[in-house]
Design a protein around this ligand. Structure first.
Ligand code: MG
Ligand code: ZN
Length: 366
């Protein structure tokens, strides 16, 4: 199995450099040989626990057209982890950040608990700006997998210790208590400031700072939409884009709709749908930016599905939807991948979840 990844990478590299695509002109299909255009920037948006039924909820519960419908390229991702048929969010995010399928609970480490460089670390080293935005704490499994390397997702304080030297230029989410109310007594906010970060804990600023930013607006996870989170996610994404796009070498931004998953675990359809619609609104921010910018690839996907969520009929009434759940845990269904912008066509088809990392790196890694 050791030869598998280099082989796939080679295949991918060949695909990128000499792809034959189909062009439609005046209703005539002509085969043309051309290179896939590479993006300068990538926005990776993860709806935690967002399966196809969750996405479909945007159609039935949103006033107006969902932003999901603005994507030209759709794929499906197979989400199993190295340890389990059904992944958790730690292994589920580590595949995107490192390309490695690992065990459930792993944060930025492989199956043998050895740290693997993340896309954020790799691109940051090459001079790209990087950002992480989430509605959970920034130490929660999904965001943590992009900058930390620990053997268990529960090690929130250890995860936080990776932040000062992470190279991440923009953090926004919750998780303040893991910086300043630690069992080991360390003051990591002071350390972040010493490393050149502006620490903001009251509200989302209107304009980006000149410095790197650590924006922590909750002790742990951010409030639910129903508890008044408002437009934090779309606005933090907008602020991140305004900041990161100033970097002439390009940027990588990860944005997570963290609580779609939590609504699924709670089997609370209203919670899930409100979080999903907030995420859909955030897609609009990213797509509007990308459309204007022209050099940005937007990828939207999920780590796994949560809740076995279905848009079932209300008994025999086929004109009424009554959402239901089949589990309070995750499920093994494939999850959708949406892509728009330069390189989007690489995301067509059905593939393993870790291919998303390899596709991103083939497009922006060199
Ligand atoms: Mg998550
Ligand atoms: Zn979950």
């Amino acid at each position: 199995m050791r030869f598998k990844f280099p082989f796939l990478l080679l295949l991918l590299a060949l695909t990128v450099s000499s792809c034959v695509s189909v062009q439609v002109k005046d209703n005539t299909v002509t085969n043309v040989s051309r290179e896939i255009k590479k993006p300068k920037n990538i926005i990776l948006m993860i709806g935690d626990g967002m399966g196809l039924s969750q996405v479909s909820a945007a159609i039935y519960y949103k006033n107006g057209k969902p932003n999901f419908e603005r994507f030209s390229t759709i794929g499906l991702s197979k989400t199993s982890s190295a340890s389990d048929l059904i992944t958790d969010s730690a292994a589920g995010a580590t595949v995107f950040s490192t390309g490695v399928k690992t065990y459930n609970g792993a944060i930025g480490v492989n199956n043998d608990t050895i740290p693997v460089p993340t896309i954020v670390e790799q691109l940051s080293k090459r001079g790209l700006a990087t950002g992480i935005v989430a509605t959970s704490s920034i130490q929660h499994a999904t965001p943590a997998s992009f900058y930390a390397h620990v053997k268990s997702r529960r090690m929130y304080e250890a995860i936080t210790e990776f932040a000062p030297d992470s190279g991440v230029n923009f953090f926004a989410g919750g998780g303040l208590k893991f910086f300043n109310q630690r069992k080991d007594g360390k003051d990591l906010l002071a350390k972040m400031e010493a490393k050149g970060y502006e620490v903001i804990t009251d509200k989302l600023p209107q304009k980006p700072s000149e410095k790197n930013e650590l924006i922590l607006l909750a002790e742990d996870g951010m409030p639910k939409m129903s508890e008044g989170r408002g437009d934090f996610l779309p606005n933090a994404t907008k602020l991140a884009l305004e900041k990161l796009s100033q970097n002439e070498n390009g940027f990588f931004l990860m944005v997570e709709g963290s609580q779609i998953d939590w609504g699924g675990h709670d089997n609370d359809a209203d919670y899930l749908i409100e979080e999903l619609l907030d995420f859909d609104k955030t897609l609009g921010v990213a797509l509007d930016f990308a459309k204007q910018n022209g050099e940005t690839l937007v990828i939207v996907t999920a780590d796994h599905e949560t809740g076995g969520f279905t848009l079932a009929s209300d008994g025999k009434d086929y004109n009424k939807i009554k959402p239901r759940f089949s589990t309070t845990g995750h499920s093994g269904t494939m999850v959708p991948v949406f892509a728009e912008g330069p390189g989007a066509s690489l995301f067509n088809g059905i593939y393993e979840s870790n291919e998303i990392y390899h596709k991103m790196m083939a497009l922006i890694g060199k």
